[in-house]
Design a protein around this ligand. Structure first.
Ligand SMILES: *[C@@H]1O[C@H](CO)[C@@H](O)[C@H](O)[C@H]1NC(C)=O
Length: 155
C-alpha cells in the first residue's frame, strides 16, 4: 500500500534526521491501542530479536499473550509506521493468526512473527501496530510498540 512511495519519502527524511535518532536499548515498551480497554487477549510483553532490527535480515517479534477464550481461527494485522516527526505508514499485511501461533491458542501463548525487511529500509524509529482478530473480525487485542532499524552491515 503505497509502500514504495512511503519508503522513498522516508529514505529522504532519514538522511535529514539520522543523526538525531537515539540508539535503542533495553526492554520494548508495549501499549494497548486503546488504553484501559478490556481486550479479550492480554499482552504481557514483547521481545524483538535482533534489536535493533537489521535491514535485509530476518527479525522476529515475539508477543507474550494470554486469553481465557481459546482462539481457533483469526487474523493478525500488522501495520508498520516510520517516524519522522509524525508517523508515515510504510507497510501493512494480514496473516492467519494460526500461522503465527499454535491454535487453538489458550491460556498463556506466544505469537511469533518473523519478517525480513527489505535491504533498502531506512534506519530510524518505527512503530508496529498488531491487531488480533477472531471470528467475525472481533477485535481480540490491539497493541503497538516501537522498534528501530540499524544501519546495514554490508556484506
Ligand atoms: C515471555 O515469556 C517467556 C516465557 O514465560 C519469558 O521467559 C520471557 O521473559 C517473556 N518475555 C517478555 C518480553 O515478556
Amino acid at each position: 500500500m503505497a509502500s514504495k512511495q512511503g519508503l522513498l519519502l522516508a529514505l529522504l527524511a532519514a538522511v535529514a534526521v539520522a543523526c538525531l535518532v537515539p540508539a535503542a536499548s533495553g526492554a520494548t515498551a508495549v501499549e494497548y491501542c486503546k488504553k484501559g480497554k478490556n481486550y479479550p487477549v492480554k499482552v504481557s510483553g514483547v521481545e524483538i530479536v535482533p534489536d535493533p532490527v537489521a535491514p535485509g535480515q530476518p527479525a522476529t517479534f515475539k508477543v507474550n499473550a494470554s486469553t481465557d477464550k481459546p482462539i481457533k481461527e483469526g487474523k493478525l494485522v500488522i501495520d508498520v509506521k516510520y517516524w519522522v516527526i509524525f508517523p508515515i505508514p510504510v507497510h501493512s499485511e494480514t496473516h492467519d493468526i494460526c500461522q503465527e501461533t499454535t491454535c487453538p491458542a489458550t491460556g498463556d501463548f506466544v505469537i511469533a512473527h518473523s519478517q525480513t525487511l527489505p535491504s533498502y529500509t531506512p534506519p530510524g524509529s518505527y512503530t508496529i501496530t498488531m491487531t488480533m482478530k477472531g471470528d467475525n473480525d472481533e477485535e481480540l487485542s490491539c497493541i503497538s510498540f516501537g522498534f528501530s532499524i540499524g544501519f546495514v552491515a554490508s556484506s
